[in-house]
Design a protein around this ligand. Structure first.
Ligand SMILES: [Zn+2]
Length: 96
């Protein structure tokens, strides 16, 4: 029984590291997002004068914010519509 509890703890710790720190799901979700140019190919009406941003295809809002996927040092960004909170496309920071 002791052994089983120990094993359970070990698996829980491993799962914690895998899902929380490595977070493959977050990366997978991010990976599936279109890039800005793919997004504009699909929704050409969303093009705006700013080459690094676009409008929301769903509600037409140009209030699209971007945020890093995990922490501030993460070069992976997702762009989210502020009005309807849809995740629209991804970019990667070139500064890091
Ligand atoms: Zn929207």
């Amino acid at each position: 029984m002791q052994f089983l509890i120990g094993l359970g703890c070990f698996v829980a710790v491993l799962a914690f590291y895998y899902y929380v720190l490595y977070s493959p799901k977050q990366h997978d979700d991010w990976d599936k997002l279109p890039t800005l140019s793919e997004y504009l190919d699909k929704y050409p009406e969303c093009k705006i004068s700013d080459d690094e941003n676009a409008k929301c295809y769903s509600c037409g809002s140009d209030k699209v914010i971007f945020q890093p996927l995990t922490s501030h040092s993460d070069p992976r960004y997702k762009h989210i519509c502020l009005s309807c909170s849809k995740i629209l496309f991804k970019t990667k920071s070139i500064t890091s």
